[in-house]
Write a protein that binds this ligand. Structure first.
Ligand code: C2E
Ligand code: CA
Ligand code: CA
Length: 562
């Protein structure tokens, strides 16, 4: 039973194999031959009793020949052709009443014609059946990987789900998170190679899997196993199975696979519902870096909410629901303001203030981030111009995400924004997180160099939370490091964090860079930073992010460096 189910959904081999995969049963073959023989005998009798081969009834013989060819293929066609030819052959008179017999040439020619017609019709039938079978199989096959597709998955999974009984069943979705990066680096063929390899591994190692894992969409595999608690057994096994690198052109390639699981009947009774919930769980696993997640309602709510928010964001940008607040950076020694970081704020008509943390990661995963960054750049450079006109030459800092760096035209966009507002490049700072740089080092590096050439100041944001690689300090035109708030918040209590801050500050100065401490929440820490000669400090102890008008007041009260 398992064998059959597995074979039907297995990757396709060549056409012959496919065709042979569904031969008619022996009893049916015998029945078809018998019916053909009876029909031929019947028509022979008809020809004889209607007066012989000279009359029109002999043409009825085409019927059993064609039917035999249609049911049994070439062999059946030839069999019927020979039998019918002989039946209307040497013993069938031309005219029964006169006893006039056929010449051998006459009946031999007829045998030949019948055999030809039978074999031709049989061949046609074989060809058509192959074509039909092939198109039916292709409709169930993912063309890139030749693995079963979503349709085949439904056909295999529905019966398993229906027959699962009280034990239920678990739907697994395996999603490759870094497929785009892999395609960028190794070419488009790698996506299929990875899915094929993973499907093969799962099929080989999961003993109670009764069908081949199917490709649901470009970077996704899915399968179903009986027993709703399947995840307890399978997830740890899968985790180790999928963590192994995939060989591609003799190179071991790392595929970042996340596993999402939805169980029937608790998470849904319909297959579609289970697939979409397993998908949500896989996305959650990806975001959390947890490798696998079992679906629960909270995941659905957050992902739905976030998707709705994403859908609303472009309209919100246009309609003025989104604005920028600015958080000042000061010199910790004299409290003079030497910069302001632009931070997105969204006044949602139903939800009230939506913090960037509620949507920015999701936005960064989509092309929407280009739109958002463009808007933030235009808006903040415009604000920089307004402040400059008031006499406050304070640089404005904008957060740039990984995806922005993959677009070479970001350099033109930055240049354009500065030109439109007539703000010098020194009036703009760009903050790029370490993680953004890690994603695609070469592309990121190139864009950073281009941006540096414009004369804008480049900051590494959240320094200390990524790889803190010395390579980009050497290779990139970085002007400053922004030590992450997780170190600053604890440095007053933890000597080790204090040492990290002090030595990073020293590293910056030795390399001719500035050092910024973010997340300064108390005056004790601020004093400590001043004593260490950290260049700039930013945090709630100094000022929370606020509307530009409020910051203008602060500029007046505290003074600015520019
Ligand atoms: P970030 O770039 O690290 O920004 C600093 C975040 O820390 C801000 O949160 C700020 O309000 C918060 N913060 C400031 N001082 C303190 C402090 O003393 N203690 C603590 N605990 N937090 C402090 P916010 O505004 O919620 O932004 C969160 C993140 O969202 C930002 O982190 C940034 O990564 C992202 N983000 C904000 N605006 C933009 C934007 O325009 N574009 C992009 N790409 N990302 C943005
Ligand atoms: Ca930042
Ligand atoms: Ca930061």
């Amino acid at each position: 039973m398992f064998e059959t189910a597995k074979r039907i959904a297995e990757p396709l081999g060549n056409v012959d194999q496919l065709f042979l995969a569904a031969p008619p049963s022996l009893s049916r073959v015998i029945l078809y031959y018998a019916v053909t023989t009876v029909a031929i005998v019947g028509i022979t009798a008809l020809v004889y009793f209607t007066g012989g081969i000279a009359f029109v009834y002999a043409h009825a013989m085409y019927l059993p020949i064609l039917v035999a060819a249609a049911l049994l293929g070439i062999r059946g066609g030839v069999f019927a052709g020979v039998l019918a030819g002989l039946a209307l052959g040497p013993y069938m008179p031309v005219l029964v009443t006169e006893g006039l017999m056929q010449t051998p040439l006459n009946w031999l020619f007829r045998v030949g014609s019948f055999v030809l017609i039978g074999s031709f019709a049989g061949a046609l039938r074989t060809y058509l059946r192959r074509q039909l079978f092939w198109s039916a199989q292709m409709a169930r096959t993912d063309s890139g990987t030749m693995l079963p597709n979503a349709l085949a998955f439904r056909q295999s999974a529905e019966p398993i789900l229906r027959n699962a009984g009280d034990d239920g069943a678990s739907v697994f979705v395996l999603a490759v998170g870094n497929e785009q990066d892999l395609i960028n680096s190794f070419g488009s063929a790698i996506g299929d190679v990875i899915l094929e390899e993973l499907a093969g591994r799962v099929n080989e190692r999961l003993s109670d899997l009764t069908h081949f894992p199917a490709v649901l969409r470009s970077r996704e595999l899915s399968f179903i196993v009986p027993a709703g608690n399947g995840e307890a057994v399978h997830a740890p096994l899968l985790r180790s199975l999928l963590a192994e690198p995939v060989p591609f052109e003799d190179l071991p390639v790392y595929a970042d696979v996340s596993i999402g699981i939805a169980k029937a009947p608790v998470h849904g009774e319909e297959l579609e519902e289970l697939i979409s919930r397993a998908r949500i769980a896989a996305t959650a696993a990806q975001v959390r870096g947890s490798r696998y997640e079992v679906y629960h309602e909270g995941l659905d709510r957050t992902s739905r909410e976030k998707l709705t928010l994403l859908g609303e964001l472009p309209g919100a940008l246009r309609s003025g629901q989104v604005c920028l607040h600015y958080q000042p950076k000061i010199n910790p020694k004299n409290w003079q303001i030497c910069g302001a970081e632009a931070l997105l704020r969204w006044q949602h008509p139903d939800r009230g203030w939506v913090p960037p943390a509620a949507f920015i990661n999701e936005v960064e995963d989509t092309r929407l981030i280009d739109q958002v960054t463009e808007w933030v750049l235009r808006e903040s450079v415009r604000q920089a111009r307004i402040w400059r006109e008031m006499g406050f030459h304070v640089p404005v800092a904008v957060n740039i995400s990984a995806r922005n760096l993959l677009r070479p035209d970001i350099t033109f966009l930055v240049e354009h924004c500065l030109n439109v507002e007539n703000v010098p490049a020194s009036g703009l700072e760009l903050e790029v997180t370490e993680r953004a740089l890690m994603n695609d080092v070469d592309a990121g590096l190139k864009t950073m160099v281009g941006l540096g050439d414009l004369g804008v100041q480049l900051y590494i944001d959240d320094y200390g939370t990524g790889h803190s690689s010395l390579a980009y300090l050497r290779d990139l035109p970085v002007h400053a490091l922004k030590i992450d708030k997780s170190f600053i918040g604890t440095m007053a209590r933890k000597p080790r964090d204090r040492e990290i801050v002090a030595s990073t500050n020293e590293l910056c100065h030795r390399l001719g860079m500035k050092c910024v401490a973010e997340g300064v929440e108390d005056l004790g820490t601020l004093t400590m930073l001043g004593e260490m000669s950290v260049d700039y400090a930013q945090g709630f102890a100094i000022a929370e992010p606020c509307a530009p008008e409020a910051l203008t007041e602060l500029f007046r009260a505290r003074g600015t460096t520019g």
